[in-house]
Write a protein that binds this ligand. Structure first.
Ligand code: NAD
Ligand code: MG
Length: 402
């Protein structure tokens, strides 16, 4: 164990992953201290976290919210300094005083601070899969060029990392690995008649059978866009050809993913569906620490089932496969369309069935280009958002929401 506690910055501290991270950190005050916390708009929640975890910095995007937070913390006798804006966010992620950065902002908003952490050579605990989907080549290159240590938090990717040969964990090629088997629960509509799925409501889509998560990723799990994004994430993280990454529906969410080897061995990582396991793993790797997760009770689980995904039920998975095959900025375009579509669905401006339709239409309409600069990626993201919003507005004018 290190002599001084590791300083951790938690981006997206008020979210599902952020709170689970703070829960694990608080179990090990001798190993970890919190350097900075960030949130979006929830001043009350961030104030409570600052009072409890006493970070040096707290960051919010808007200065008015930041001023309110600062006043509240002063009144409470908390010495956390509050900063505002995207540059401040990137600065705390790259600060010399930070050793590790948990990148747990949801969506494209998480890309720049996660990239800043990678460019500063930090230990990057990556929950924000959208960053790799948008700019996988650039992100992985930044990790390599700046000697950052990238540890996946997404449970499937963390499971695969745990099952890889040690040389591959250290950044080498995955020698002897023939396939990655990415497991998926199938979400809340796994057994729903296919013709009923397009009419599902946000409450139904967010009621995940196994995991408790933020609303965006919950909807992505219901459409299985989440698995599509994870396929692209796995492609960039592990360096296998895309044909060698297979999605397997496993309703119990006990096996978090598997690695198949040339000799016929298949290694799996199992555990209860609680994100504190991958978080604790990535924080302490290569050591192991307690996470607060209950031991796995195999007798209660009883059985493990597997089935192949059906692309008619989950058209978003097919779109992600197509975007990965197309390459360049196609995944960034799909990701941006999907963020707009999911937000519109959660706001009641788009039906559930409209998510896949909108994603397909935008992927088709916005031309993909090379994703070799950050500007190209951000331009593709912006173009796809405009195209998606225009289609939603156009549909409204044409007679209502799908
Ligand atoms: P969440 O919605 O619960 O939390 C998101 C966090 O990001 C919040 O702290 C919010 O304040 C912040 N945020 C949102 N928009 C922002 C913006 N524009 N600028 C700055 N901050 C912003 O989401 P979550 O479920 O914790 O997921 C976070 C990330 O982790 C996502 O990329 C998700 O795909 C990934 N992930 C989550 C889980 C899970 O179990 N929740 C599992 C695997 C991967
Ligand atoms: Mg996952």
């Amino acid at each position: 164990m290190s002599a001084r506690p590791l300083a951790v910055t938690v981006l997206g501290a008020t979210g599902s992953i952020g709170l689970s991270t703070l829960d694990v950190l608080a179990r090990h005050p001798d190993r970890y201290r919190v350097h900075a916390l960030s949130a979006h708009r929830n001043v009350d929640a961030l104030a409570g976290l600052c009072e409890r975890h006493r970070p040096e910095y707290a960051v919010l995007p808007e200065s008015s919210a930041a001023s309110r937070l600062q006043a509240r913390l002063h009144a409470a006798g908390c010495r956390t300094e509050v900063l505002a804006g995207a540059e401040a966010l990137a600065a705390v992620a790259a600060a010399p005083e930070t050793d590790a950065v948990m990148a747990a902002i949801v969506g494209a908003a998480g890309l720049l601070p996660a990239l800043a952490a990678a460019r500063a050579g930090k230990r990057v605990l990556l929950a924000n899969k959208e960053a790799l989907v948008m700019s996988g080549a650039l992100f992985m290159e930044a990790v390599r060029a700046h000697g950052a240590q990238l540890l996946p938090i997404d449970s499937e990717h963390n499971a695969i990392f745990q099952c890889l040969p040690p040389a591959a964990q250290a950044g080498g090629r995955p020698e002897g690995v023939t396939r990655l088997l990415l497991t998926a629960s199938g979400g809340p509509f796994r057994d729903t008649p296919v013709d009923e799925i397009p009419h599902k409501t946000p409450a139904e889509a967010c009621a995940h059978p196994n995991w408790s998560m933020g609303r965006k990723i919950s909807v992505d799990s219901a459409t299985m866009m989440n698995k599509g994004l994870e396929l692209i994430e796995a492609f960039w993280l592990f360096g296998l050809p895309r044909e060698r990454i297979e999605v397997v529906i496993h309703p119990q969410s006990v096996i978090h993913s598997m690695v198949e080897y040339a000799d016929g061995s298949v290694l799996a990582q199992l555990g209860n569906p609680d994100m504190r396991t991958p978080i604790a793993h990535a924080l302490a790797w290569p050591e192991r620490i307690a996470s607060g997760v209950a031991p796995l009770d195999l007798f209660r689980i009883g059985r493990l089932d597997f089935r192949a995904p059906d692309l008619l039920r989950y058209p978003c998975l097919g779109l992600a496969q197509a975007a990965l095959a197309a390459g360049g900025t196609a995944p960034a375009i799909l990701n941006a369309a999907n963020e707009v579509a999911v937000a519109a669905f959660l706001d009641g401006r788009l039906g559930f069935g409209g998510i896949a339709q909108l994603n397909a239409a935008v992927l088709d309409a916005v031309p993909a280009a090379a994703a070799d600069t950050l500007d190209a990626v951000l331009a593709a993201d912006a173009a796809a958002r405009r195209a998606a919003e225009a289609r939603i507005d156009g549909d409204k004018l044409a007679g209502g929401v799908r």
